[in-house]
Design a binder for this molecule. Structure first.
Ligand code: NDP
Ligand code: MG
Length: 384
């Protein structure tokens, strides 16, 4: 029996994680759940899965407490509640499915307490990959990828040696605007950007997928998860999202991991590792997909991708600056304050403005994140 804590259980990944656990109640048990503000769903989930701890960081604490305390569940509130619950002795795996920079501190805390991490919250590795992976090594903690591309690479690497890797190919669907020109994208509305062709996800990652920032974040995530050099990572657009990523080895052989786009599979792979367990998920039918296609990403139109690859190459605090500016810019786009193409412009301006640091400490990352957010907000106010 593995004991799981889910940070962000009310979100897209969190809900699908509970679906996986529900199918394997004999193998997984839920120790802790958390949400930011969706108190009703959190209470519903807690009644079904009976965790020991529940945390609500910003929502209606008294409602959650009144509903769950009589069931013997300890209810916590506030931003520190996540760092508090991840240290619980019973936890084996912390699945991090909250959004953005806010995942960093709870993830570090979980690692400090020796908990294995099932990592969906890619921004944690984007911001402070070196810090996080170094600590994980020190504490002998596994970081198991939930992101579908990284789960694919992780599966392709099973039974292989690290120095046999020549190249990692991350596949990208291309998002809802693949093939469009900058002129066509100028007046795109958020409703159009939120319509992803293959995946149903939370709003922030859906916009990142439309700008291709998501693929840039994933390249940085891959660099740290698999300890490869930036030049060993390549991006290929594969609109059908059936091949979830590939690894090319030093003899030229390529392994791919394939399947229907369904996040429950990579979630299950992370939770069940090192075992594989049966699943009832729909199977891939080759005859339904007679053609799988590949193309180059259009980096002239989707500027966020080359910006992120630049941050990957230059390292230091640049990915942290990029991530903070992107979080603020995406929120502003979702709030109809800026246009779609301005997301990349704003991120680039922030990266040019905030001073570079080559090996930031945790305090410097926290400071850099705060400074960038403030700067980006001011920039957006000026522009809108
Ligand atoms: P959602 O927005 O659907 O869910 C986010 C969850 O985290 C919710 O439970 C939300 O609570 C909670 N939350 C959000 N912000 C905070 C915060 N600042 N502090 C505490 N809790 C917070 O996101 P997704 O599930 O789509 O994505 C989660 C992470 O997984 C992201 O990093 C994303 O990039 C990554 N990921 C997602 C994939 C997907 O298919 N969705 C695929 C690959 C990676 P509430 O509901 O109360 O707001
Ligand atoms: Mg992904």
């Amino acid at each position: 029996m593995k004991n799981i804590a889910i940070l962000g259980s009310t979100g897209s990944i969190g809900r699908q994680t509970l679906e996986v656990i529900d199918q394997h109640r004999d193998k997984f048990s839920v120790i802790a759940l958390s949400a930011r503000s969706n108190a009703e769903l959190l209470v519903e989930q807690a009644k079904l899965f009976k965790p020991k701890y529940v945390a609500i960081t910003e929502g209606d604490f008294s409602y959650v407490k009144k509903s769950l305390q009589p069931l013997g569940i300890e209810v916590l509130s506030g931003s520190d509640s996540l760092t508090a619950i991840v240290s619980a002795q019973e936890i084996d795996i912390v699945l991090t499915a909250i959004v953005g920079f806010s995942g960093l501190l709870p993830t570090l805390e979980a690692i400090k307490h020796g908990k294995n991490i099932a990592l969906a919250n890619k921004e944690t590795l984007v911001v402070a990959g070196e810090l996080v992976t170094t600590l994980a090594k020190e504490k002998n903690v596994k970081i198991l990828p939930v992101d579908s591309e990284h789960s694919a690479i992780f599966q392709c690497l099973m039974g292989e040696k690290h120095n046999w890797i020549e190249k990692i190919y991350l596949t990208a669907s291309g998002g809802p605007f693949r093939g469009m020109t900058r002129k066509e994208l100028k007046n795109i509305k958020k409703e159009q950007a939120l319509r992803h062709p293959n995946w149903s996800m939370g709003n922030k990652i859906t916009i990142d997928s439309a700008t291709l920032m998501n693929k840039g974040l994933e390249a940085i995530e891959a660099r740290w998860l698999f300890d490869v050099k930036p030049e060993q990572i390549d991006i290929i657009v594969h609109p059908q999202s059936i091949i979830h990523s590939l690894v090319q080895f030093i003899d030229g052989s390529i392994k791919a991991q394939m399947g229907l786009p369904d996040m429950r599979l990579p979630i299950q792979v992370a939770l069940s590792f090192p075992q594989r367990i049966a699943s009832p998920f729909e199977r891939f039918d080759f005859l339904q997909y007679p053609t799988l296609t590949f193309e180059k990403p259009d980096t002239n139109v989707f500027r966020c991708l080359p910006i992120a690859l630049g941050a990957l190459r230059n390292g230091g605090n640049l990915p942290c600056i990029m991530n903070a500016a992107n979080e603020i810019a995406v929120a502003a786009f979702l709030n109809n304050e800026i246009g779609f193409l301005q997301i990349a412009e704003i991120v680039e301006e922030a990266m040019n403005k905030i001073p570079f640091t080559s090996h930031p400490t945790l305090e410097q990352y926290l400071d850099c994140d705060r400074t960038t957010r403030d700067y980006t907000k001011t920039l957006i106010t000026k522009k809108s």
